[in-house]
Design a protein around this ligand. Structure first.
Ligand SMILES: [Zn+2]
Length: 160
C-alpha cells in the first residue's frame, strides 16, 4: 500500500524542539489527523529526510540546473561518513557544484520540498482534508507549526 507523508523539518540542522513544543505542534495538527498519524523523530546525527518516490536532485543555487546524482551522492556520502557535530560541520561546508562551480551548502539547496536534512522531523501521514486546508491556507499552517516548534521549518513531501 502506498503512503503519503509530510515531514516538517527545522531550517537549523541541529535544532530539536523540546517535548512541550512537540506536544503543541501535535495538538495543533490533531485538528486533521489521529495521534497515530503524527510522528516525531530526533537523532543527534543529522537524518536525511527523503521524498522517496517523490525525491529529485536539488538545483544549483546559481544556474538553477539540477545537479547530477553522482555529484550529489558523493557529497552525501562524505557528510554521512561522519557523525554528530562532525556531520553537522560537513553538511554546512560549502561544496562547488559541478555545473558552474558555485558554492552550495547541501541542506540549503532547493529540493522543491522533495528532500532535506535535519536532526529532527515532525511527520504526518496526511489525508485529503489536510491537503484541502494546505491548498487554501498553506502559509497559515506552516507558520502555526513553526510557532509551535519554535523554529522556521522546511517541508518534505514523501511518497512511498
Ligand atoms: Zn550551476
Amino acid at each position: 500500500m502506498s503512503e503519503h507523508l509530510l515531514h516538517f523539518i527545522p531550517e537549523t540542522l541541529s535544532y530539536v524542539p523540546d517535548a512541550e513544543q512537540q506536544q503543541a505542534a501535535e495538538q495543533y495538527l490533531s485538528e486533521w489527523m489521529a495521534a497515530d498519524d503524527i510522528m516525531h523523530q530526533a537523532d543527534p546525527d543529522i537524518i536525511f529526510w527523503s521524498g522517496s518516490e517523490n525525491f529529485r536532485y536539488p538545483l544549483c543555487p546559481v544556474c538553477r540546473k539540477p545537479v547530477s546524482g553522482t555529484w550529489w551522492g558523493a557529497q552525501m556520502n562524505a557528510i554521512f561518513a561522519v557523525t554528530g557535530e562532525e556531520r553537522i560541520s560537513a553538511a554546512l561546508a560549502p561544496r562547488n557544484t559541478p555545473c558552474c562551480g558555485a558554492p552550495a551548502v547541501i541542506p540549503d539547496m532547493d529540493y522543491d520540498e522533495t528532500g532535506g536534512l535535519a536532526c529532527y522531523g515532525l511527520t504526518v501521514r496526511y489525508n485529503n482534508s489536510f491537503i484541502v486546508c494546505m491548498d487554501n491556507g498553506r502559509d497559515e499552517i506552516i507558520s502555526r507549526v513553526s510557532e509551535c516548534l519554535g523554529t522556521p521549518v522546511r517541508l518534505v513531501w514523501e511518497w512511498i
